[in-house]
Ligand binder design. Structure first.
Ligand code: ADP
Length: 428
């Protein structure tokens, strides 16, 4: 099968979210961690290259995105997708506008869309204004974000500040008319010399219509929701295989473990639910700072327990505990100490035969993938919205398959760590 959709995501868990949506809609998807090497993976309809480019300097984001694009172009993808956050996380300098512009130049295309709407997670766009959980973006809490404060909900204005190209709007009047009306609006905007268009969307069916209208666009940009509407275009052309779910048979044998580095509310509940049922080891940041061999102790503890039942290793703590630790050690130092320790413990668990591993926390997931040397993930079944099982082949300490679920801190139901294993089943 040809390479159909080449995606560039500006962060790791956003990339997994996008990959999960593509799989749910019938595309076999592989996620690459950082710039890919080697050829397009066999049996993949889509590849998502997950960068860490959301908040890095604009020039670096452009350079890395173009490098990812070159790899995707070498595979001859039929369409390209630039994925960013559904809350349009950016500053007046970028990085959404400059990256989109650079991708357009490199692809030689003069028109693309920007649609971060994701109605299932209550991100909707109406008359160009982005609503988050029913309120305007700049009243949603995002106005106080430490790195990308969003103080204006009008995405036409926000994007226009970031680009030299003219930004237009496909308003709800056109979107509610369906794919033909939307495509006509694209054509009109192009005649008016608009090169980027914010697109309104308030429901999943809007995204389906927008996706159909975008069939001929070389590049689309948006959140992960926009991806719902694209697979239908390839299916219509007979380019998609019937069965898209990855075969996970190879990872069925390994032991089960959870590593939790997130302190978000959802993860705290999930840790409590798991501790009540299974052995759990707590990683104490203050002990790490003192130089205690916490990693060694966790390894010995796990060696005596893995196998019979899932085990949990966690640094998860209440907001008060985290604040007090941060007051003693500093925010960055406590985060780095915990991330490094959990990543080293992940290596020990894998060496002990753990083959099914759940990691809670975005930064924590990044640290664990780095320590394990994971460069690509094949996306499998969804456990909860936004969190699929994935599989990978480890190269060290020996070649062995590993199933990984990377859970963004606030995702998942309270019983996530208990129920996730049952979803990891061989293809029927
Ligand atoms: P989330 O997805 O919930 O944001 P992350 O893993 O991205 O989770 O971020 C959580 C951060 O908190 C990590 O840097 C982690 O190392 C740090 N952390 C975890 N436990 C503690 C703790 N007990 N005290 C201080 N920091 C902690």
């Amino acid at each position: 099968m040809p390479a159909l959709l080449g995606c560039i995501a500006d962060d790791l868990t956003g990339g997994t979210d996008l990959s999960g949506i593509l799989v749910n809609n019938g595309m076999r998807t592989v996620q690459m961690i950082g710039l890919p090497e080697g050829p397009w993976p066999a049996n993949a309809d889509a590849v998502v290259v997950a960068l860490k480019s959301r908040t890095i300097p604009v020039d670096d984001a452009v350079t890395e995105s173009l490098a990812a694009l070159r790899w995707l172009q070498a595979a001859g993808c039929l369409q390209y997708y630039f994925k960013y956050c559904s809350t349009f996380d950016s500053t007046p300098r970028g990085n959404i506008g400059p990256v989109a512009e650079a991708l357009m130049d490199a692809l030689g295309t003069e028109f693309t869309i920007a649609c971060s709407a994701f109605p299932a997670t209550r991100r909707t766009i109406y008359q160009g204004y982005l609503f988050v959980n029913g309120v305007l973006l700049n009243e949603s809490g995002m106005q106080d974000h430490p790195l990308t404060p969003m103080k204006d909900a009008n995405l036409v204005r926000v994007l226009q500040q970031q680009t030299r190209r003219k930004v237009g709007l496909v308003d709800y009047g056109a979107v509610s008319g369906g794919s033909v009306a939307i495509a006509e609006r694209f054509a009109r905007l192009r005649r008016e010399e608009c090169e980027l268009a914010i697109v309104d969307a308030i429901s999943d069916s809007d995204l389906t219509e927008i996706g159909a209208a975008a069939a001929e666009l070389t590049l689309v940009t948006g959140g992960s929701g926009l991806a719902q509407g694209l697979p239908q275009n390839f299916r219509r052309r007979g380019l998609l295989n019937a069965s898209a779910v990855a075969d996970e048979t190879s990872v069925m044998g390994g032991f089960k473990a959870v590593i939790a580095g997130s302190c978000s509310a959802a993860t705290r509940n999930q840790v409590d639910a798991m501790r009540a049922r299974h052995p759990a080891f707590r990683v104490d940041p203050l002990a790490l700072a003192k130089g205690d061999d916490v990693v060694g102790a966790a390894g010995e503890w796990a060696a005596a327990r893995v196998g019979a039942a899932p085990v949990l290793v966690y640094a998860t703590a209440t907001p008060e505990e985290v604040q007090s630790t941060q007051a003693t050690l500093g925010v960055e130092k406590s985060a780095a100490l915990v991330e490094q320790a959990l990543a080293a413990i992940a290596e020990k668990l894998v060496a002990l035969g753990v083959g099914q591993l759940i990691v809670a926390g975005g930064e924590t997931s990044g640290a664990v993938l780095h320590a394990l040397g994971v460069k690509r993930l094949t996306i499998g079944r969804e456990i909860d919205p936004g969190v699929p099982w994935t599989t990978t082949m480890l190269e060290k300490p020996k070649r062995q398959p590993l199933a990984l679920a990377l859970k963004s801190g606030n995702f998942g139901s309270p019983d996530f760590f208990l129920k996730a294993w049952a979803k990891l089943a061989p293809t029927a």
